[in-house]
Design a protein around this ligand. Structure first.
Ligand SMILES: N[C@H](CCC[C@H](N)C(=O)O)C(=O)O
Length: 323
């Protein structure tokens, strides 16, 4: 007789969790397939413990998502109040958590979907030609309309390791399941940590097994999102735009169809490796679609990265209280 497989240890949610949770009104949305459960929580009162968030994001026992995003009034949060000092327009704070319940500083696809959600809820406005200030754990991000989606000033980028390592064009070695030798990589901060690995060809991009986190040496102290990229050949099209293809294993999630901050980090590293004359505009192909990345001089004298792409709201619902 075959043994019944032991149930996988996934934290259930709501009635399945056996935990008391008041009902939660939510919206499901995504940006190029990077999906989120969003809720409007002006006073910041809803549950955010890891068991609850992991259960909410569980694709079998919960609603299912790569991350949970609360819209909390900045005035309701210590970190939000501090941001209001620098720009009182940052009324709403994007409280982003990964599907394992861990808190992350920034989510590029998430900011676009968050903006779309606030507008749909009628609690914010973004006139054509205007900008919306959004509070995040990585500072205030400014969102504008772009085509039928949004553009986000993600702020300045920076290499995580010292220049000496970066000058060699690599600061980490990464062991990726499904690929033979460890690959050199560059680590980039977009407010959250990323480790970008250049592969030789698309066959390698497809062969990389990202259901397990790639092993990064030296071990990043707060973990890292790992992007595997293949620059296009030729790198720059007749339109002067650079192109690359990417897959990602996200810290606290696993492989996702897209990662906005990861696409920015991938463009930073690829543009560095391309050397002088590399373009300021990039198109990054991800399994879930395509996002735009643009480098431009920021108001603070640093080079900023702008991420642009779609935002879709799919459904609304309410989480049932524990039965
Ligand atoms: N999906 C997000 C990135 C989430 C990053 C998160 N996994 C982290 O721990 O930094 C994005 O579009 O930027």
């Amino acid at each position: 007789m075959t043994e019944t497989p032991a149930p996988t240890e996934n934290p259930p949610v709501g009635h399945a969790a056996g935990v008391r949770s008041p009902t939660l009104a939510f919206t499901k949305g995504h940006g190029t397939g990077n999906d989120f459960v969003l809720t409007l929580d002006p006073g910041g009162e809803s549950r955010t413990d890891a068991v609850f968030v992991a259960g909410l994001c569980d694709r079998h026992r919960g609603i299912g998502a790569d991350g949970f995003i609360r819209a909390v009034r900045s005035s309701s949060l210590t970190e939000g109040k501090a941001l209001l000092q620098s720009d009182p327009r940052a009324e709403w704070f994007m409280d982003y958590r990964n599907s394992d319940g861990s808190v992350a500083q920034m989510c590029g696809n998430g900011v676009r979907v968050f903006t779309h959600f606030l507008l749909a809820q009628g609690v914010a406005e973004l006139p054509e030609g205007g900008e919306l200030a959004i509070g995040t754990r990585s500072g205030i991000k400014y969102v504008t309309r772009s085509g039928d989606g949004y553009a986000v000033d993600m702020g300045p980028w920076e290499f995580i390791f010292p220049d000496t390592a970066v000058a060699r064009g690599t600061d980490s070695l990464v062991d990726i399941l499904g690929l033979d030798v460890d690959r050199p990589a560059l680590s980039v901060s977009m407010g959250n940590p990323h480790t970008v690995v250049a592969l030789a060809e698309l066959a390698e991009l497809h062969a990389a097994e990202l259901h397990r986190a790639p092993i990064v040496q030296p071990t990043p102290p707060e973990g890292t999102n790992v992007e595997v990229v293949v620059p296009s050949d030729p790198l720059v099209g007749d339109d002067g735009v650079g192109r690359l293809a990417m897959r990602v294993h996200e810290r606290g999630v696993g492989e996702t169809l897209s990662c906005g901050s990861g696409a920015c980090a991938a463009a930073v590293a690829t543009r560095f490796w391309a050397g002088a004359g590399a373009p300021d505009r990039w198109l990054v192909g991800v399994p879930g679609g395509e996002v735009g990345v643009r480098f431009f001089p920021g108001p603070d004298g640093l080079e900023h990265v702008e991420l642009s792409g779609p935002a879709v709201l799919v459904a609304e619902g309410a989480l049932l209280p524990a039965g």
